[in-house]
Design a protein around this ligand. Structure first.
Ligand SMILES: NC(=O)c1ccc[n+]([C@@H]2O[C@H](COP(=O)([O-])OP(=O)(O)OC[C@H]3O[C@@H](n4cnc5c(N)ncnc54)[C@H](O)[C@@H]3O)[C@@H](O)[C@H]2O)c1
Length: 352
């Protein structure tokens, strides 16, 4: 049985990736997560007694801990989801982004390198370090064109700059030390278990509460949306068959303006909650002052992962959004507990 060290596996995408691994059933996951505000043990509640999932509360920057975990569990691959991930928070407080995304990734790389150097030849050859990154490193597009793997980096927010820096470190650990790294740059994700500060779960929570739905600027900013399970399957595919040292862009070919996203959600909510006193939900929309430096458009050209690794998304934006809304309607207690923080203090397994 292969063993993966998954970092940030109590967060949104990492949590969904752990769910995918547990469904597949043939790998063990050592899940290292610091449990920041964005890490929620409730997401992993189904695996509390599953011997294939070991949860460790700790920081990717703790080299003693990471080195111990790599050796103790004889890890075959590292999948790095751990990050500060919210652009607005990076504008208000960039330090945590530099700490985890830049210094933390550096530290994790160095721990992985030491461990990898000590492996026997066969296991060295098979080892992988997969770094999960974002399309935001490429900056903002005009009305035409898409980001490819060779697009020059032009990050505009403290978040994207910190992710760009981490991507460069990962690249250099391959070129300089030979560490078998893979980097994925993905567009905006949506789906179950996303902290309700990001657009889609935030709008659902506010609409259900009858609160105003804040839309930045004119609502015309465009993102290329991908259902989180499709992203997780793409990461799995890159881990399996990606070529070390390569970058793979991942996207859903589903460009929508923020306004279109909110309008679609409001329509789905009107249908899903016909007796809501807040219908029609789109009356709750409220345009607010734009985010400083707000990138206008992101779009991903995913040809490389599609042709080289045979990956395709399975959800359209409409089917994925309907599934997402159904999940949030069925799991309002999850949203309530992450919002009020009442899950804090309930720990899942080891602490460090
Ligand atoms: N959400 C998106 O749309 C999106 C799109 C593309 C790429 N990404 C990237 O995917 C990764 C995961 O994003 P997400 O949306 O799941 O983020 P998230 O904020 O939901 O989760 C991040 C997780 O990392 C943990 N963490 C933070 N700092 C840590 C540290 N120092 N040590 C250990 N754990 C730590 C948190 O506790 C949390 O569980 C990030 O690297 C992000 O940049 C996200």
């Amino acid at each position: 049985m292969r063993t993966l060290l998954v970092t940030g596996g109590a967060g949104f995408i990492g949590g969904n990736f752990v769910h995918l691994k547990m469904r597949q059933g043939d790998e063990r996951v050592i899940n290292l997560d610091k449990l920041t505000y964005a890490g929620n043990p409730d997401t992993l509640a189904g695996f509390r007694d599953d011997p294939r999932h070991v949860f460790i509360e700790g920081d990717i920057g703790n080299q003693a801990l990471v080195g111990h975990l790599l050796r103790e569990y004889q890890v075959d691959a590292v999948v790095n989801f751990a990050a500060e991930s919210h652009v607005d928070r990076s504008i208000d407080g960039p330090a945590a982004f530099i700490e985890t995304n830049v210094l933390g990734t550096f530290s994790l790389l160095d721990s992985a390198k030491s461990y990898w150097n000590a492996l026997d030849a066969g296991r060295r050859e098979a080892f992988r370090f997969l770094h999960v990154s974002t399309d935001e490193v490429y900056g903002s597009l005009g009305p035409n064109g898409k980001f490819t793997e060779t697009t020059a980096y032009a990050p505009n927010s403290p978040y994207s700059a910190s992710k760009a820096a981490s991507d460069h470190l990962v690249r250099s650990w391959h070129h300089t030390y030979g560490l078998p790294v893979l980097t994925t740059n993905c567009s905006n994700n949506y789906g179950p278990y996303q902290f309700p500060e990001k657009l889609i779960p935030l709008m659902i929570a506010k609409a259900l509460a009858g609160e105003p739905l804040p839309i930045y600027g004119d609502g015309g900013n465009i993102r290329d949306w991908l259902y989180v399970e499709d992203h997780c399957r793409a990461i799995d595919r890159v881990l399996e068959a990606g070529r070390p040292g390569e970058v793979y862009n991942i996207g859903g070919d589903s460009e929508r303006t923020n306004l279109e996203v909110v309008d679609t959600l409001c329509r789905l909510l009107d249908e899903a909650v016909p007796d809501s006193p807040h219908r029609p939900h789109d009356q709750l929309k409220q345009f607010v002052t734009d985010r400083p430096g707000h990138d206008r458009r992101y779009a991903i050209d995913a040809t490389k992962i599609q042709t080289e690794l045979g990956w395709q998304p399975t959800e359209t934006f409409e089917t994925g959004l309907a599934r997402t809304l159904a999940w949030y309607l069925d799991n309002q207690a999850w949203t309530q507990r992450v919002t009020d923080g009442s899950y804090r203090g309930e720990r899942l397994g080891g602490q460090a």
